[in-house]
Ligand binder design. Structure first.
Ligand code: 5GP
Ligand code: ZN
Length: 115
């Protein structure tokens, strides 16, 4: 499988990142986009995704560190904004066997309920 295929015209998160599909964006910069998950599994449930299309977290290289460092920092800042520093989770599913349904990397920022 190709590690990072070019942005797919059928990838919903690429479409959200490029504003092709209208979604309320919570945060975005050159590397990262954050928006609410469609199916909320907790009172706070935000997806933090790389702007660039990555199918999953396999095969990352040093060149990807800035993007993934930024994702964790954005999650931390959103947690502060939402005043949930007391308790939140940040997790990512990798591959079908890991429960990943959307094949564009996304970190779940969840709070208010253990999942
Ligand atoms: P996964 O199981 O791949 O880790 O999670 C997929 C996530 O993507 C779920 O939280 C689901 O609600 C979210 N999701 C799937 N399609 C859309 C969409 O079109 N818009 C938004 N905002 N979230 C989506
Ligand atoms: Zn994509």
């Amino acid at each position: 499988m190709e590690k990072n295929p070019v942005e797919s015209t059928s990838c919903i998160f690429c479409k959200i990142a490029s504003h092709e599909v209208e979604t309320k964006i919570i945060f975005e910069d050159d590397l990262v986009v954050a928006f609410k998950a469609q199916n909320q599994i907790a009172p706070v449930h935000i997806l933090v995704v790389p702007r660039k299309h990555y199918t999953n977290l396999n095969g990352l290289t040093q060149a990807d560190e800035a993007t993934y460092g930024r994702i964790v920092r954005v999650a931390s800042e959103l947690a502060a904004q939402k005043k949930i520093e007391d308790g939140w989770q940040l997790f990512v599913r990798v591959g079908k066997g890991g429960g990943q349904e959307v094949m564009h990397v996304h970190f779940h920022l969840v709070s208010g309920q253990h999942v």
